[in-house]
Design a protein around this ligand. Structure first.
Ligand code: MN
Length: 287
């Protein structure tokens, strides 16, 4: 039962700096979570930089959580939704969806996280869908607030859809010590998005992911300053996934088919209304 530590990859998405905690070569999933991008923070002047044009997804859910700023989401199931801090966007791709995301100008700048969650075999060929949750349960630990993004935590359950046993929680911490309960059947990943915190005597700062295997029923946090921490976990996933570009599948053939269908304008992915130019899929590298 070894704790693992991973350094995030630095990249950019739609013009915003991103720290990518997942996937790693030796750690493809944590529960069903298969992709974790922490974007920003960027200042007011840069805050409308993230302009991501229409692009497709299959076999995954996107979970978007903002700390600062505003992002407009449009998709091929007809959604047009502004998301603000403290709210959750959950988009389910199933057999195919397309969407666009554009950060709006904000005096607070832009800062947030986008996760991808692999869909199990039972739902990954199903219909695409979109949910927005403007209110989520909050658990208080003295000065620390826990926002329950998905799943259940400390007796509170998020209204967000889950296709696989999983949890996602943001802790907004102040100085102090506290212990949070965990489901011992879940593995968990943990990142900091602001400040720093000590968890089980390990320092957690932005740019690092800490992984805790199954078998833990709690985590003890020591915070020396205000900060933000996200943990995400779940039952170890049912199978290996094949992930390339914006697609999560099981085989190379499924990926090749989706790539070809997107680039040929197949109706599999519907249509998105957006002023931002559409993003073509790059060539599949193994062909
Ligand atoms: Mn996307």
């Amino acid at each position: 039962m070894t704790v693992e530590r991973y350094e995030s990859t630095t990249t950019s998405v739609g013009g915003l700096p991103v720290r990518r905690a997942l996937p790693k070569r030796d750690r493809r999933t944590v529960g069903p979570w298969c992709f974790v991008d922490h974007f920003g923070p960027v200042s007011e002047a840069q805050s409308n930089q993230m302009q991501v044009g229409p692009h497709p997804h299959i076999g995954l859910q996107t979970v978007t959580w903002l700390i600062e700023g505003e992002v407009l989401h449009t998709d091929s199931v007809g959604s047009e939704q502004m998301i603000r801090p403290g709210q959750l966007n959950l988009m389910t791709a199933g057999r195919g969806i397309s969407h666009a995301e554009s950060a709006q100008y904000s005096a607070d700048g832009s800062h947030g996280v986008q996760f991808w969650v692999a869909q199990p075999e039972s739902t990954r060929h199903g219909d695409p869908a979109f949910e927005h949750h403007s209110e989520l349960p909050v658990v208080e630990y003295g000065d620390t607030l826990a926002h329950v993004l998905v799943g259940s935590f400390a007796g509170e359950t998020s209204p967000a859809r889950t296709d696989w046993p999983m949890v996602g929680v943001e802790l907004v911490v102040n100085a102090g010590t506290f212990e949070v309960p965990l489901n011992p059947e879940f593995e968990h990943g943990l990142i900091a998005t602001a400040g720093g915190i000590t968890v089980e005597e390990i320092d957690v700062t932005p740019g690092l992911m800490t992984y805790f295997p199954e078998g833990r029923s709690s985590l003890r946090f020591v915070a020396h300053q205000p900060g933000r921490v996200l943990f995400f976990g779940g039952q170890p996933f049912e199978s290996k996934i094949k992930m390339w570009w914006n697609f999560v599948a099981r085989t190379s053939e499924e990926i090749e088919e989706a790539q070809q269908q997107w680039n040929s304008g197949s109706d599999r992915f519907g249509e998105v209304h957006s002023d931002i130019p559409l993003i073509a899929a790059p060539p599949v590298p193994w062909l």
